[in-house]
Write a protein that binds this ligand. Structure first.
Ligand SMILES: [Zn+2]
Length: 179
């Protein structure tokens, strides 16, 4: 298999495409920077990152520190989920949250979730884990049973690669309409 971008030998295999390590890293980092820029997530000197020792939180902090190296921004860790914190929240998390709100709660509350900043919103769990592996970012394993929504989303993604991004785009549109 060849890298989708440069035709070199592939090392990262995702459900929707395959890439070489170098192209893959660039894609993840630039997509995160774009999310930050478009949503103006980093605009103060002092920024608070929700940090719980999970692999995702470590990836988030790693990318933030790499992106804003030599710039006057500082990133402080907190273990409290307070308003305005930078949260390691992926495409999968957003999709799962959307389905949960839609299927288990009486009221659709996705709008209320805007008080966290989500730089990794446009990155899937599969991409985050692949990135962590390349960068040697590890975390203690936590055993967690997949929820029905997670199983459903993984099933659809396996059958129709790219579905997770498609659903994310739909939730974004829905949020814009409901605004
Ligand atoms: Zn490549």
């Amino acid at each position: 298999m060849k890298c989708k971008k440069c035709n070199r030998h592939t090392t990262v295999k995702l459900s929707h495409a395959t890439f070489c390590t170098s192209c893959f890293n660039k894609i993840i980092e630039s997509r995160t920077r774009k999310t930050i820029r478009l949503n103006k997530l980093i605009n103060k000197r002092k920024n608070i990152v929700y940090y719980d020792d999970s692999k995702k939180a470590k990836v988030l902090l790693y990318i933030l520190e790499k992106t804003f190296k030599n710039q006057p921004f500082i990133f402080k860790k907190t273990n409290k989920l307070t308003k305005g914190v930078l949260l390691a929240w992926s495409t999968d998390d957003e999709n799962k949250y959307f389905l949960e709100q839609l299927t288990t709660k009486n009221k659709y509350k996705l709008l209320g979730h805007n008080h966290y900043k989500k730089p990794l919103l446009n990155i899937t769990d599969q991409e985050l884990l692949a990135y962590a592996k390349i960068k040697n970012i590890t975390a203690k394993k936590t055993k967690k049973e997949s929820t029905a929504q997670e199983k459903f989303l993984d099933f659809v993604e396996a059958k129709h690669p790219g579905s997770k991004f498609a659903l994310l785009n739909s939730t974004k549109k829905l949020k814009a309409i409901l605004k």
